[in-house]
Design a protein around this ligand. Structure first.
Ligand SMILES: [Zn+2]
Length: 324
C-alpha cells in the first residue's frame, strides 16, 4: 500500500482533485462541476464530491488514504471553513473540512487557495530551498501566500496575506471586494483587460488588439501581440508590472522575502511583466532590500499547482504532528 493524499482545488466553476504521493506525483485526477450544484444545498455538493473521491480511490486499490487537503476561496485553516466566498453560490460559513472528514474518515485540512499554492511551491516547486518568499497568483483574482521562516503566515483569524486587496490607488478602480483601488483591480485578468482598454483609449498607435471586439480580448492574445512587438500590448503589461512592483516594494518591508514567485495565466507574459516589475520594485524598495529579491516564475505545472498545493497541506500537517 502506498500512502496517498487527496489534494482538492475548489473553484467557482470546477472542483478538481488528485491522488498525490509524498514525492508530489499526481497518480490520478478527477473532478466534478461546482456550478452544477449551485442551486442546491451545500451538503448535496459535498456528498457528490465525496462519492467522486471514493470512486477514484476504488480504481486505485494500492493507494491508502492518509488525508485530504483542500484549497478553497476564503478558506480558513484554523476552523476548516470556507467563509463568505464571493465566487461560490453557497453563502455564509461552510464547515467543509469537518464534513469531508466525517464522510471519508480521513484527516482534512483546508486553507485559502493562494496559501495552498505557496505550500505546493515550497514542497515541490521553485521554493524548495526558500524559507522566506511571497507567492502571487495572478488569475481571475490576485491571491498571495506569504511564507516567513518556513511557515505560512495565517494571522490571528486565518486570513493573513491578501496582497491582492491592498489598496494601491486610493479611490481607484472598483474591486470585487466592494472597495476601490485594490491591486486585484489592476493585476487580475479583468484588471489587465481594463488597462488594455485605457491604453487603447490614450494611445493611437496601430494595434491588432484595437480591431478586436473587447469581449474577445484575453491576456494570452495580449501576450501574442507583445511578442510581435505590439506597443499597446507591451505598454499594458508594463503598467501591470509597475503596479505589482510598487506593492511588492511595500510588502518587502514586512517580511524581507528572498523571492517572489509569480503564478497564473498573466504570469505567462514573462519578461513583459517581470522587467517593469523589477524596475519598479528596485526603484521603490528600501535600500536594505535592494537587489536582494528574486522574481521567479512558478515551477509547477499550471493545471496541477492547486492539487499539489492542497496535498502539501496534509504532508506538512503530518510532519508537524511528528515533530511535536
Ligand atoms: Zn479588493
Amino acid at each position: 500500500m502506498q500512502q496517498t493524499v487527496i489534494g482538492i482545488d475548489i473553484g467557482g466553476t470546477n472542483t478538481v482533485f488528485g491522488l498525490v504521493n509524498q514525492s508530489g506525483k499526481i497518480m490520478a485526477h478527477s473532478g466534478i462541476k461546482t456550478q452544477a450544484y449551485a442551486g442546491q444545498n451545500f451538503s448535496v455538493y459535498v456528498q457528490a464530491l465525496c462519492e467522486a473521491i471514493q470512486e477514484l480511490l476504488a480504481d486505485h486499490p494500492t493507494c491508502q488514504l492518509t488525508g485530504i487537503g483542500i484549497g478553497a476561496p476564503n478558506g480558513n485553516i484554523y476552523k476548516g471553513t470556507i467563509e463568505h466566498a464571493p465566487n461560490l453560490s453557497w453563502k455564509g460559513v461552510l464547515p467543509l473540512a469537518t464534513m469531508m472528514q466525517e464522510t471519508l474518515g480521513a484527516v482534512s485540512v483546508l486553507t485559502n487557495d493562494a496559501n495552498a499554492a505557496a505550500l505546493g511551491e515550497m514542497l515541490f516547486g521553485n521554493a524548495k530551498e526558500l524559507k522566506d518568499f511571497i507567492m502571487i497568483t495572478l488569475g481571475t483574482g490576485v491571491g498571495s501566500g506569504i511564507v516567513s521562516g518556513g511557515n505560512l503566515i495565517y494571522g490571528h483569524d486565518g486570513f493573513a496575506g491578501e496582497l491582492g486587496h491592498a489598496v494601491i490607488v486610493p479611490n481607484g478602480r472598483q474591486c470585487t471586494c466592494g472597495r476601490q483601488g485594490c491591486l486585484e483591480a489592476y493585476a487580475s485578468i479583468r484588471g489587465v483587460l481594463q488597462t488594455l482598454t485605457e491604453v487603447l483609449n490614450t494611445n493611437n498607435t496601430p494595434s491588432s488588439l484595437r480591431e478586436m471586439p473587447a469581449e474577445e480580448r484575453t491576456p494570452q492574445l495580449i501576450y501574442e501581440a507583445a511578442l510581435q512587438g505590439d506597443v499597446i500590448a507591451i505598454e499594458t503589461f508594463a503598467q501591470t508590472g509597475k503596479m505589482l512592483g510598487l506593492k511588492l516594494a511595500d510588502a518587502a518591508n514586512y517580511t524581507s522575502p528572498e523571492a517572489v514567485i509569480l503564478f497564473g495565466g498573466i504570469a505567462k507574459a514573462g519578461d513583459f511583466i517581470i522587467h517593469p516589475l523589477k524596475e519598479t520594485l528596485e526603484a521603490n524598495v528600501h535600500s536594505l532590500y535592494r537587489h536582494k529579491i528574486k522574481i521567479l516564475p512558478s515551477a509547477l505545472p499550471d493545471n496541477d499547482v492547486a492539487i499539489l498545493g492542497s496535498a502539501a497541506l496534509i504532508w506538512q500537517h503530518l510532519d508537524s504532528i511528528k515533530t511535536t
